[in-house]
Ligand binder design. Structure first.
Ligand SMILES: O=c1ccn([C@@H]2O[C@H](COP(=O)(O)O)[C@@H](O)[C@H]2O)c(=O)[nH]1
Length: 307
């Protein structure tokens, strides 16, 4: 069994999240959020004998993509077991060591007492030390207050999600005539006392992206749904970015997860055909992760044509 240890525990600085993000976007000329969703069923066979396969996988993905990454977005669903949590901690520290902010996609919220525990993910000392998190507005302001109170952290409120069922509730028309997602955007704007609130709006709903950009021009968006979900990358850029006072770049994130991290499968590197210790392993591994890097670079360039 091999081990991948991660000694670098550099954490992000204390500047406001969207300022740090603006600096990162400028440094790499990219608004790409690389989603780290290491589905254990898709980890290549050449990594399955490592101590923590998800961490081994993420480390290689970060090595291959960090020059194109404005941030990394691990989804908590892929880490909710003891080994997963260890893999997540190593991944966060490693991303920070490359100066890339980490946005935990956890869609949290609860009564205040519980929300305070959830929000500790944003703490450096007794939490995960992530830079930003996604939250669910369904339980109202008090359920989000502990997150909002982390003034230096980013808090992305689910507004109009990218999944087909996003319309079931979010498109419902209120008595005022506005759809629920527009009310959520207005509330998020109201809750933005510390300038740390953003919205999650899917690239699969470009018309809603456009409307929301007009109603809350100052809120940065996290736009998932390009890549595997087939969303509109151009609309994601055109309507997903917000001007950041004092910065030359417009701020926002366009996320792709499977389309980047599993790009190596399309390159013929599923890892299924060659044993973990096989002679072809180094070549296969290099080709697999090179494909991820190329996919991130392609998406960066495509998005940059519309910035
Ligand atoms: O509306 C939403 C909110 C979150 N997500 C998350 O983003 C990634 C997308 O993954 P892909 O592989 O690029 O489809 C994933 O973690 C989702 O849970 C979303 O897709 N839509």
């Amino acid at each position: 069994m091999t081990t991948d240890s991660n000694a670098d525990t550099t954490t992000a600085g204390s500047a406001a999240f969207f300022d740090r993000l603006a600096d990162r976007i400028a440094a790499v000329d990219s608004v790409v959020s690389v989603g780290l969703d290491p589905d254990p069923n898709r980890i290549p066979a050449f990594l399955t004998d490592t101590d923590l396969p998800r961490w081994a996988f993420n480390r290689r993905i970060i090595d291959a993509t960090h020059e194109h990454a404005a941030c990394y977005k691990p989804n908590a669903a892929f880490y909710e077991d003891p080994d997963g949590w260890r893999a997540l901690r190593e991944t966060i520290a490693y991303a920070h060591g490359k100066d890339v902010p980490v946005l935990l996609d956890a869609k949290r919220a609860d009564i205040g007492n519980t929300a305070r525990r959830y929000a500790s993910a944003l703490d450096d000392t007794d939490g995960l030390g992530v830079d930003a998190i996604t939250v669910n507005p369904y339980m109202g302001r008090d359920s989000l207050q502990p997150f909002l109170d982390h003034a230096d952290a980013g808090v992305f409120v689910l507004c109009r999600t990218s999944n087909p069922g996003g319309s079931d509730l979010q498109d419902l028309e209120l008595a005022s005539g506005e759809p629920v997602y527009e009310r959520i955007a207005a509330l998020a704007d109201l809750w933005n006392d510390h300038g740390n609130v953003g919205l999650v709006v899917g690239a699969t709903v470009p018309a809603e992206l456009e409307t929301l950009r007009e109603s809350v021009p100052d809120l940065p968006f996290l736009v998932p749904g390009v890549g595997a979900q087939g969303g509109d990358a151009e609309a994601a850029v055109e309507h997903g970015l917000a001007a950041r006072p004092g910065h030359d770049v417009d701020v926002g994130l366009v996320n792709s997860s499977r389309g980047i991290i599993f790009a190596g499968e399309d390159a013929g590197g599923t890892g299924g055909g060659i044993g973990a210790g096989g002679a072809d392993r180094p070549d296969e591994e290099a080709a697999y992760f090179r494909a991820a890097g190329e996919s991130a670079k392609r998406l960066k360039r495509r998005l940059n044509r519309h910035r």
